[in-house]
Design a protein around this ligand. Sequence first.
Ligand SMILES: N[C@@H](CCC(=O)N[C@@H](CS)C(=O)NCC(=O)O)C(=O)O
Length: 312
Amino acid sequence: MGVMIDGQYHAEDPGPDTTLNGVFERQKATIRSWITADGSSGFAPEPGRYHLYAAWNCPWAHRALLVRVFKGLEEAISVSYARPRRTKDGWVFDAEGEYADPLLGVTALHEVYARAGVPYTGRITVPLLWDRQTGQPVSNESADIVRMLSDAFPGPDLAPPDLREEIDAWNARIYAEVNNGVYRAGFARTQEAYDAAVIQLFATLDEIEAHLATHRWLCGDSFTEADLRLFPTLARFDVAYHYAFKCNIRRLMDYPNLWAYAREIYQMPGVARTVDFEIYKAGYFSPSELRNPLGIVPKGPMIDWNTPHGRG
Ligand SMILES: N[C@@H](CCC(=O)N[C@@H](CS)C(=O)NCC(=O)O)C(=O)O
């Protein structure tokens, strides 16, 4: 996979975003327009107007797929799914079938980024929210996509004003220590960087486990954006991160509260449609010189996410 500079795609792999200390740092997204309820931003919440570029295995794209389900936007916002294994062209599409791009018919996501009016520089990432009306990208930042779709479209408010501060506080920690924490462990290039990431990751999971002993959700009495943003990491934990990213101090299954909580979310209407464990394995065990040179995909573990969650 390559990188785009001033709207031109370069297929040479820029390598992981790693600092001198071997610490993985995720690049910041730069396409940050916003859909608003009143349309004053130029992007009004019109059904049929927006299209999402996603990949099943990407946890950040998973956030966008989840908000689409929770807001009842599966009809209103169409999706193109890239093939789970990236190539030197990055995220790619087939000419037809489940991994085709019905919107623009591109063969690689970089062709979509190349259409941006402001020449794009950066990595070619999913999710990317696209506006059919202007023929321009709206956002390639999943956190923004979740918040703007929840705010602008009718339906349940996933970040109610009275809980927003608390939600933002959990989001910040969960992003740094859990969502991105697994990548900091998996992409670490020194023992110290790996140790720091994995220890912090499990300290935070332990804390969430304790929180869930007395609370059904992270914030308030109902499912919020904070829960939505934790879920993609939990869904990938035992099948991918535990083994592929060496996040193996404990498994999700070893946390009674967190495991039941994850199953409750998985069993909510529509959520299972956003999950594919076999694709997670294929994606995370793709050939990688550093982590999995032969690209052999493990068979297990076999986990039943439909076991009753027993949370009342
Ligand atoms: N800030 C972005 C990060 C998205 C991201 O890193 N996506 C990964 C897939 S999991 C990607 O597309 N990476 C391609 C690359 O880095 O070349 C977001 O949360 O939306």
